[in-house]
Structure formats: C-alpha cells, structure tokens
Design a binder for this molecule. Structure first.
Ligand code: ZN
Length: 86
C-alpha cells in the first residue's frame, strides 16, 4: 500500500482540525471568483457537517477568512453543495 501523508486543516467554523480530503475547500481565486474544491489562491476549509456548513455565522467567518464579500450567486451554489451533509 502506498503511504499517504495527510494534510491537516482547521475548520473555520468549529476550529477543529481534520484531514484536508474530508473537508470542503473554498478558494478566492485571483481575487476575482470564488470556487468550491478547486482553484489556487487564498483558501478556507470547512468540515463537511451540517453543524458547520449551516452555521449562521459561517458566511461572516468565510468572508473574513477570504477577505472578500460573496455575491448572492456563490452562496446559492454553496447551499446546494452542502445541503446533504449530516
Ligand atoms: Zn467544522
């Protein structure tokens, strides 16, 4: 079996540390667009739980972490992406 080194990231909502592969990555690419699980640039990580992705304070935390304001369209995509988390 290939040895895999895990990369740990802190969830911006609950502040717990998880393996990066089990987290949702939000990237502010080129200071222009916001991408989910792709892109290069300033990124924030959220664990894939209902608790964190539907936290009412998450939007504020994310905008602060990425140093940007989200447009309405991004948040709609985000809600669709995270709606099935438990
Ligand atoms: Zn979390």
């Amino acid at each position: 079996m290939r040895k895999k080194r895990s990369i740990l990231r802190r969830c911006i909502s609950c502040r717990e540390i998880f393996d990066r592969v089990s987290m949702l990555k939000i990237t502010h690419e080129n200071k222009s667009r916001i991408l989910i699980n792709s892109g290069i640039g300033r990124s924030a990580y959220i664990c894939k739980t209902k608790n964190c992705t539907q936290d009412p304070k998450l939007k504020k935390n994310l905008q602060r972490a990425l140093k940007t304001n989200f447009d309405h369209k991004f948040y709609e995509v985000f809600i669709i992406e995270t709606q099935n988390y438990e």
